[in-house]
Design a protein around this ligand. Structure first.
Ligand SMILES: [Fe+2]
Ligand SMILES: [Fe+2]
Length: 204
């Protein structure tokens, strides 16, 4: 049933989504600091990279509220407190939150928007849900590698990229410092992460 935008549930859901994305962005910049403190500089960069994408989502939702500029939208919602020092825990909580957005929250918001006749908002919810699923898989993969002690070493022949200078290191493990730029090993990221970031570092 079509409804007026200013009386819609979709306007509230857009504000909830804007709040959620804004918080995700900040949580990831704070998580990036935790990773940095532990010398995991490449994970710091992945958190910051993802935080920028959350900002883009926030901007998209905020843009869909532009017609209501000058008004206030009251919402209620539940938002996570995931303030941990442990990077694996941060990654796992981030994965959980991303998957909740992807599978539940944005699907529900998209369906309401469709019912109410706001097709552009509906498609934004569904499209961003897909990105959040990519984020969820990205964080899960990082958590798995760290937890299994495979982030800096592997059984077979692995490849890592120094995120400072771009050097590709092959072998069983990452040296204590990059042989090219001399930055510490925390700058290296396993090349197998590349598809989870949405690109490949190297052409085979
Ligand atoms: Fe997002
Ligand atoms: Fe996300």
């Amino acid at each position: 049933m079509a409804v007026e935008f200013q009386a819609s549930r979709t306007r509230e859901n857009l504000m909830r989504a804007f709040a959620g994305e804004s918080q995700a962005r900040n949580r990831y910049t704070i998580a990036a600091d935790a990773a940095k403190k532990q010398g995991l500089y490449s994970i710091q960069q992945v958190f910051l990279f993802t935080a920028d994408q959350e900002r883009a989502h926030a901007e998209r939702y905020y843009g869909l509220l532009k017609n209501l500029s000058g008004t206030t939208i009251e919402i209620s919602g539940g938002y996570p407190v995931d303030h941990f020092d442990d990077v694996v825990k941060l990654l796992k909580k981030a994965e959980h939150n991303e998957m909740e957005e992807a599978d539940d929250v944005y699907q529900a918001f998209g369906n309401v928007a469709k019912e109410e006749g706001f097709l552009e908002a509906a498609s934004a919810f569904f499209q961003i849900a897909e990105v959040e699923a990519v984020h969820g898989r990205r964080f899960r993969k990082l958590a798995e590698l760290l937890e299994q002690n495979k982030y800096f070493e592997c059984e077979g022949n692995g490849q890592w990229m120094c995120m400072n200078c771009g050097h590709i290191q092959s072998g069983k493990l990452v040296p204590p410092m990059c042989p090219v730029c001399r930055y510490e090993r925390g700058y290296f990221i396993p090349v197998e992460i590349a598809p989870y970031l949405g690109f490949d570092f190297i052409k085979k």
